[in-house]
Design a protein around this ligand. Structure first.
Ligand code: TXA
Ligand code: MG
Length: 329
């Protein structure tokens, strides 16, 4: 982050809800209470706002985020529900249950928010402040727990303030969160799988679907740099085309993922070139990362040459993700 922000703390009331929606709509970061823990929200459809959110949390990696929506209708704009997923949503939404589902074709959530995955985590929170903000904004809001990376999840506005003052725009103080632990996460891609135990007990879920839930901890949950377990549900997005990192020149037949200027030698003869940020802005680069990778992957080059990217700020997470994508599979 650059200059510290002035972080306002406002008591949750109708005027504050309207202000929260206004700040979110203009790309700002707002912490607000949900029934589980306080979330740090950004407009899910705004890649730059999402990039700023990762920077504010100080996450060394881009973990996929949960998209919060106001109701089932809004959820269906983002994700596809199989019958079991629909059953769970009907039984437990609004409430402390997050469903990981296949992304809908019409989903407008930024690629960075889902870390480039074809799946998306969705939840309908059961807290009047969260719901009022979502309704006022009329768009999905991504919200990880509103703590600095590696710290515990906040259940009061004061916890958020201690961790994030100077790094976010607004904290909506709605008192202590009633549940106090994060939502339970269930993937419904084929058979339902428990990814994270949380505020909704496993037994309640098993009662509704009338079957036992397998438990597969998400590799991106918990420790921010949990090891990548191949084949697991949240396994990372990886392009099919080979990546060549820290490229200072473009080889024959390669496409180029550029950063800043001057461009790598031979950039003009690249089959295709996309610049993460021509002016060398790491927030802009993060917002473009996954969509540029996808577009270059589709261009059919021999390899994707990637120019060096500085390791400061969001550069650490960008390099982390590029290194994973470049690892031999
Ligand atoms: O209660 C909660 O869920 C809180 C409140 C604010 O809603 N949010 C929260 O978010 O705990 P966060 O970012 O701290 O945890 C989200 C978890 C991460 O472990 C992430 O890996 C997982 O959800 N996740 C998100 N998208 C996923 C996906 N497509 N596949 C698998 N796991 C996913
Ligand atoms: Mg968290």
């Amino acid at each position: 982050m650059t200059a510290p922000l002035k972080t306002r703390v406002l008591k949750a009331d109708a005027a504050t809800v309207a202000e929260a929606a206004r700040v979110l709509a203009s790309g700002g970061l707002v912490a607000f209470p949900t029934e589980t823990v306080y979330g740090l929200g950004a407009d899910a459809t705004d890649g730059r706002a999402v990039a700023r959110l990762y920077a504010a949390k100080g996450r060394p990696a881009f973990n996929p985020l949960i998209a919060h929506v106001v109701d089932m209708k809004a959820a269906q704009m983002l994700a596809r529900f199989n019958p079991k997923a629909a059953q769970l949503a009907k039984a437990f939404w609004p409430g402390p249950l997050t469903l990981v589902l296949p992304k809908a074709a019409k989903c407008r959530v930024a690629d960075l928010a889902t870390a480039g995955l074809d799946t998306i985590a969705v939840r309908v929170p059961n807290h009047h402040v969260a719901r009022d903000i979502l309704a006022a904004l009329g768009r999905p809001v991504v919200a990880p727990s509103a703590n600095r990376s590696g710290h515990v999840s906040p259940t009061r506005a004061e916890h958020v303030q201690a961790d994030l003052a100077g790094r976010i725009d607004l904290i909506v103080d709605g008192g202590a969160t009633p549940v106090g632990v994060e939502s339970t996460i269930v993937a419904c891609l084929k058979e339902p799988v428990l990814l994270r135990p949380g505020g909704l007990p496993r037994a309640a879920i098993e009662n509704v679907i009338e079957q036992k839930l397998a438990y597969a901890p998400s590799p991106t949950h918990g420790a921010d740099q949990a090891p990548l377990a191949p084949g697991m549900l949240a396994s990372h997005y990886a392009p099919r085309t080979r990546l060549r990192l820290n490229a200072r020149r473009v080889e024959e037949g390669e496409v180029l993922l550029a950063f800043g200027t001057p461009l790598a030698e031979g950039a003009r003869s690249a089959e295709k070139m996309l610049n993460l940020s021509a002016r060398g802005d790491l927030i802009e680069a993060a917002a473009n990362l996954f969509s540029h990778l996808r577009a270059l992957d589709a261009a059919g080059g021999r390899a994707i040459a990637v120019m060096p990217i500085p390791a400061d700020g969001l550069g650490e997470a960008i390099n982390d993700r590029l290194t994973r994508a470049a690892a031999p599979r």
